[in-house]
Design a protein around this ligand. Sequence first.
Ligand code: R5P
Length: 296
Amino acid sequence: MLIVSGSSCRYLAVNVSKLTNTPIVPNECKVFPDGEIYVRINGDVSGKPVAIFQSFALKPNDYLMEFILLSDLVRDLGASKIIAIIPYFAYTRQDDRFKPGEALSIKTIASIFKSLNIDSIVTIDMHLHRVSSPSELFKIPVYNLSAMGLLMDYVMLSFKPESPIVIGPDEESRQWAETAARRANVEYDVLEKTRYNSYRVVVKPKRLDIDGRDVIVVDDIISTGGTMVEAVKALRSCGARRIITACTHPILVDKALSKILEAGAEAVIGTDTVPSPVSYVSVKSVIAEFLTRMFQ
Ligand code: R5P
């Protein structure tokens, strides 16, 4: 197998390449003065399976376009198989028409992927709520790996929480709260959230047995931080002692990090699916182990 990386996650591609002993094919990705994207592969990929790394965070539209160009190019140059490694998969939260006339973005992205003739997709903690089988939607195998175990190991080791409980900020996060709690063999529960717009969310305090306990709040994504801020406030009002927040994808726009810390969280922990000041946990081993098991 060979690895080709888009410009969003070269660090991760290099780390996975080292762990799996897979060569990286050099490439060039740049933006023309008018904003158009240019890509070039400087190596031979013909007849070989190629894993293309690209995370769709921070500049989702540019990175998506770069990925489209790279994967079509790799196919044109004769790769025998394309495995798309998309650590953060954007456009999955718009999985319903919440208001009449809205685009079903996840469905549109799935159609684009189908047209690219990709063989499989590997991603981490994809935001799956109303779509239960991404493989059915994308019509190719989609392997949705999780970083929740690694995040939980990191939190337990670094913070040594007392009488810990894992809390998800909303019903959608139940799956991640459950996985994280299972890893450390602790209890979990979820809060109730209502979202009014991209920034305004309300999380209801609820009867929880957390008085004097250390709480680990887990979610897939922290974007504006609105969800975490509200969750931290609700948990404090319920008597939580220490609150440590963790997510797989620390997108952290609009001063999200300082807002969450100011709300009373002791720390924000994320992974390197998105480069950020809190990407303390690397998903390289999760991806490397999967690639070794499946493709080597
Ligand atoms: C949505 O349900 C997700 O799981 C996250 O809770 C959400 O994307 C976080 O966004 P924000 O940080 O902007 O509240």
